[in-house]
Design a protein around this ligand. Structure first.
Ligand code: GLU
Length: 424
C-alpha cells in the first residue's frame, strides 16, 4: 500500500534532519503540529442529517500567523490535513513570507450538492472554528473544492459570531470584500515564473520546450494558457475524463472553451467511446487515459491536479527532464528517489505552487493596512518573490549537491528554526 500523506512528508523531513544535523527537539518542529483541532459539524445537506468530520491543523507559527487553505474532499482526513499544514509552513518559509503553516478540511464530497448545502457546511465550519481563527492567529484560504465565494460565506459567519469586521481573517476573497486582483491566477503564474527562472538558468529556449499538463482545473488550465502565450509547445492536456495529446501542439484556449461548456477535454473528439477518427488524424491528436500525459514524450511535465499521481511505475516510464509540481504532493516519496537517480529535475510543490499563498499574503497585508494593489503591482511583486526564492533554492541545491526539493525543505527548515526558540 502507498505510504500515507504524512509519512510521505516525513520522508522528506528525515533527509533534511540528517543533512542539517538537527537535534530531536529541532526535528520535532517539523514532525509535530502545534495544535490539532477536530470538530464534528452537524448539518442537514442533501435532505439528510449528517455529521461531518472537520479539522484545522495549526502546524507552526514561528514566522507568522498560521496560513493555509480549507479543502472539502472525501479524502481530507486528519493525516492528509496534517501533512498539508506542515507543507504550508515550509512553503511560506521557502518564499520568505511572514506566515506560518496551517490547513483545514471537511471530510465529505461536495460534488453534486446544491449551493445552499455548500453554504450550510461553510457556515458550520466558520462557526465551529471561529475562536481558533483570526487575522493574527490563523488565516484560511481556498483549497481543493473551495473558492472565493466560500471564503466570503465563511468570513460573513466568522464576523457575525465574533462581532468583528476582520476581512484579513480569510484570503482568496472576492474583490468587493477585500480580495486582491491576481489571486485567481497566482498559483499558475508563480509556477511559470519559477519555471522561467529555471529555463534561463539552464540556458534553454522556451520555443524548443514541449509541455504536458496533468489536470485542467484552475492551476492547470491557467498554466497551459500562460505557457502557450510564452511560446512553449503544449503537447498534452488532461482532465479527470481523459487526455488529449499532440506532438504538433495544442491550443489551450480551444480546450478552455470546451471546459466552459461543462464538457471534458476529450469531448472535442469523442462521444462516449466513439471518436471522430478523421478529426483526430487531421489535427494529429491522440486521446487517452488521464495519466497518459505523465509518461508522454515531452520536456516538461506539470502535475496540476491530484497528489500521488507520479508513482514508482510512472517514474520509471517518464520521458520528461523537468517536473513542475503545481499540485501539492504529486510525486510519491519513493518515486522521488527514482526520479533523482534518473536525473529528472523536480521543481517541488513547496516552491512551484507557492505563488498562491504569496498573493494571499499580499491580500492579508493590504487588509491589515487598509490599502489596495492593482493586478500589475501584484504580478510584478509575485515575480520578484518567486525569482528570489528560486535563486536561493537553486544556489543551496548546487552548494550541497542535493535536489531542489531537499534544498527547499532545508532552507525553509533553517528559516523556521531561526524564528523558533527551540532547545537543542
Ligand atoms: N491552498 C493553497 C495552497 O495549498 C493556498 C493557501 C493560501 O492561500 O493560504 O498553497
Amino acid at each position: 500500500m502507498a505510504k500515507k500523506a504524512f509519512d510521505q512528508y516525513r520522508a522528506h523531513v528525515d533527509v533534511v534532519v540528517a543533512l542539517l544535523g538537527l537535534s530531536p527537539a529541532e526535528a520535532k518542529v517539523f514532525t509535530e503540529p502545534n495544535r490539532v483541532i477536530e470538530k464534528i459539524l452537524k448539518v442537514t445537506i442533501g435532505g439528510e442529517e449528517r455529521e461531518l468530520s472537520a479539522y484545522r491543523v495549526q502546524f507552526n507559527n514561528a514566522r507568522g500567523p498560521y496560513k493555509g487553505g480549507i479543502r472539502f474532499h472525501p479524502g481530507a482526513d486528519l493525516d492528509e490535513v496534517k501533512s498539508l499544514a506542515a507543507m504550508m509552513a515550509i512553503k511560506c518559509a521557502v518564499v520568505d513570507i511572514p506566515m506560518g503553516g496551517g490547513k483545514g478540511g471537511v471530510t465529505f464530497d461536495p460534488k453534486g450538492l446544491s449551493k445552499p448545502d455548500i453554504e450550510t457546511v461553510s457556515r458550520a465550519f466558520a462557526r465551529a472554528f471561529a475562536t481558533d481563527l483570526g487575522p493574527l492567529k490563523d488565516v484560511p484560504a481556498p483549497d481543493v473544492y473551495t473558492n472565493g465565494e466560500i471564503m466570503a460565506i465563511m468570513l460573513d459567519e466568522y464576523e457575525k459570531v465574533t462581532g468583528t469586521k476582520a476581512p484579513a481573517t480569510f484570503t482568496g476573497k472576492p474583490i468587493e470584500l477585500g480580495g486582491i486582483p491576481g489571486r485567481d491566477t497566482a498559483t499558475a503564474l508563480g509556477g511559470v515564473f519559477v519555471l522561467e527562472a529555471y529555463v534561463s538558468e539552464h540556458g534553454l529556449d522556451s520555443k524548443n520546450l514541449r509541455v504536458a499538463i496533468h489536470g485542467f482545473g484552475n492551476a492547470g488550465a491557467t498554466a497551459a494558457t500562460l505557457l502557450y502565450e510564452r511560446g512553449y509547445k503544449i503537447v498534452g492536456l488532461s482532465d479527470s475524463k481523459g487526455a488529449v495529446m499532440s506532438a504538433r501542439g495544442l491550443d489551450p484556449m480551444k480546450f478552455q472553451e470546451v471546459k466552459n461548456q461543462n464538457k471534458s477535454l476529450r469531448d472535442m473528439y469523442c462521444q462516449g467511446s466513439v471518436c471522430d477518427e478523421g478529426l483526430l488524424e487531421r489535427e494529429s491528436v491522440v486521446v487517452g487515459d488521464p495519466n497518459a500525459v505523465l509518461a508522454m514524450d515531452a520536456d516538461i511535465i506539470i502535475p496540476a491536479a491530484l497528489d500521488g499521481v507520479i508513482t514508482n511505475e510512472v517514474a520509471e516510464e517518464m520521458h520528461a527532464k523537468i517536473i513542475l509540481e503545481l499540485a501539492n504532493g504529486p510525486v510519491t516519496a519513493e518515486a522521488d528517489t527514482i526520479l533523482e537517480k534518473r536525473g529528472i529535475d523536480i521543481i517541488p510543490d513547496v516552491l512551484a505552487n507557492a505563488g498562491g499563498v504569496t498573493v494571499s499574503y499580499f491580500e492579508w497585508e493590504q487588509n491589515i493596512k487598509g490599502t489596495t494593489m492593482t493586478r500589475e503591482e501584484v504580478n510584478e511583486r509575485l515575480k520578484q518573490v518567486m525569482a528570489k526564492a528560486w535563486q536561493s533554492v537553486s544556489k543551496f541545491a548546487k552548494e550541497h549537491h542535493i535536489t531542489y526539493r531537499t534544498a527547499a525543505f532545508a532552507l525553509a527548515a533553517k528559516r523556521i528554526l531561526a524564528a523558533s526558540l527551540t532547545k537543542k
